[in-house]
Design a protein around this ligand. Structure first.
Ligand code: MG
Ligand code: MG
Length: 259
C-alpha cells in the first residue's frame, strides 16, 4: 500500500526533514581534513537528540551509526569509523531523523579541502540530477518519469547510475512503498498522487554503474573504485510542482562562507 499523507502528517514529516537539514549543516561545519568519521557521527547524534529527534539510522537493521558516511569510491551505507578525512576526499553524509513517529531523510556529498575539478563536476551533476527527478514528482506522472529524468541527466555526462539501490516512500517508517529507482522509462511504474511522500536519492558513479558489497556487510562501493556521489531530498508530490520538505539552504550557506 502507498500512503497518501494529510497536510497535518506532511507538517510532521517536514519537521523531521528540517531537523535532518539542520543536522547536515552542523556536520558540514566540521568537515575538514583531519576529522574522523566517528566524530562527525557523534556531532550528528548529539545535535539530533538535543533538538528533540531520534537518529533514525541508529540500530536500523543493526546499523551502528546515526549517519551513513561514504567516502570516495563508497556509494552509500558507509559506517562511521576511526577513518580520518583527507584533503581531496569526497564524503556522502546521509541522515535520517524521527520525531514522534514521523521520518525525514536527506543526503549531501561534500568535497574535503581541495578536490579535483572532475570530481567536483560529478558532485554538481549528481545534485542537478536530483532536481531533475524532483521536477517530475508531480501528480499524474509516474515513478518512471522521475528515474528517467535522473538517468538521462547523469548519463548525458558519461556517468554510471547505480541500479541496485533506490529511493523510497517515507513517512511513518524510514522506508515505505513505492521504490523510487534512479533509472527507468517515461510513463512507466506507479502513478504519482498528491500526498505521496518520496525520498529521491540519485547515486551516480564517475565510472561504470556497477557496484559491490564491501566485506563489512554494509558499505557499497563502486566496482571500478572510481568516485561516487549521492544527494537526497524528502519531497511531497503535489499538483503542479513537488514540494521539497528537506533543504540544502543551511548547508550551502556554511559551504559558501569564506573561511
Ligand atoms: Mg538517506
Ligand atoms: Mg533514503
Amino acid at each position: 500500500m502507498i500512503n497518501l499523507r494529510s497536510e497535518e502528517e506532511i507538517q510532521r514529516i517536514r519537521e523531521s526533514s528540517l531537523l535532518v537539514a539542520k543536522t547536515l549543516a552542523e556536520v558540514a561545519r566540521h568537515i575538514t581534513p583531519g576529522v574522523s568519521l566517528l566524530r562527525l557521527d557523534q556531532i550528528a547524534e548529539d545535535f539530533i537528540r538535543s533538538h528533540g529527534g531520534r537518529p533514525a539510522f541508529k540500530g536500523y537493521n543493526g546499523f551502528p551509526g546515526s549517519l551513513c558516511l561514504s567516502r570516495n569510491q563508497e556509494v552509500v551505507h558507509g559506517m562511521p569509523s576511526s577513518v580520518i578525512l583527507e584533503d581531496g576526499d569526497i564524503i556522502s553524509v546521509d541522515c535520517g531523523v524521527e520525531i514522534a513517529g514521523y521520518y525525514g531523510d536527506s543526503a549531501y556529498t561534500f568535497p574535503v579541502g581541495e578536490v579535483k575539478q572532475e570530481t567536483l563536476n560529478l558532485l554538481r551533476i549528481t545534485k542537478e540530477s536530483l532536481f531533475k527527478g524532483i521536477e517530475q514528482a508531480v501528480a499524474g506522472n509516474r515513478i518512471g518519469d522521475i528515474g528517467n529524468a535522473v538517468q538521462q541527466h547523469a548519463q548525458k555526462h558519461g556517468y554510471g547510475v547505480v541500479r541496485e539501490l533506490v529511493g523510497h516512500g517515507i513517512g511513518t517508517s524510514l522506508h515505505e512503498k513505492p521504490e523510487v529507482p534512479n533509472y527507468g522509462k517515461r510513463g512507466s511504474g506507479v502513478l504519482l498522487k498528491t500526498g505521496m511522500v518520496l525520498a529521491i536519492e540519485p547515486m551516480v558513479n564517475m565510472g561504470t554503474k556497477d557496484v559491490k558489497m564491501h566485506r563489512d556487510g554494509w558499505t557499497i562501493t563502486t566496482r571500478d573504485n572510481k568516485p561516487s556521489a549521492h544527494f537526497e531530498h524528502t519531497v511531497v508530490v503535489r499538483e503542479n510542482a513537488a514540494e521539497v520538505l528537506s533543504t540544502f539552504q543551511w548547508i550551502e550557506e556554511i559551504k559558501n562562507k569564506p573561511q
